[in-house]
Design a protein around this ligand. Sequence first.
Ligand SMILES: *[C@@H]1O[C@H](CO)[C@@H](O)[C@H](O)[C@H]1NC(C)=O
Ligand SMILES: *[C@@H]1O[C@H](CO)[C@@H](O)[C@H](O)[C@H]1NC(C)=O
Length: 132
Amino acid sequence: MKSTFALVLFASCLIGFLVDAYDNYVSESCITDNALTEQDIHNVMMGKLSPLYANQNVKCAARCALIKDGFMNNSGELLMDNIARHFFDAPKENIESAVAVCNNINGSDICDRAFQTLICMEKLAIQFASEL
Ligand SMILES: *[C@@H]1O[C@H](CO)[C@@H](O)[C@H](O)[C@H]1NC(C)=O
Ligand SMILES: *[C@@H]1O[C@H](CO)[C@@H](O)[C@H](O)[C@H]1NC(C)=O
């Protein structure tokens, strides 16, 4: 039960890094560097990960946070070891298979790709959790 919860948290935490006080310094520079508005931040906080609500700035801020937190490298590849280390409660095989799938996601540019990767991870985390 605990690991199921951790897996779902995994997805929501990724986007949460944008707004979370947990990593305030990192988040703040990603938010200011990408000129996110209060409405953008509100949308992210409301869990609107849908591309419908995410403009280019939000996508680039998500990429920035993923890279600064060490979850993705500059070429957009998810860094399995760092993700597994941070979300140590989640089953490692689930993280491995999610990373394998989501690393193949395409996007219209680097920010879009990072954002689509995040959405992919969220979907799989929810799916794994529902299968347990
Ligand atoms: C990170 O980026 C480079 C390309 O610059 C790539 O070759 C490398 O395998 C990537 N992934 C990891 C896990 O380091
Ligand atoms: C990404 O693009 C490549 C090349 O266009 C394609 O072969 C691959 O199937 C695409 N991946 C996904 C997950 O759509």
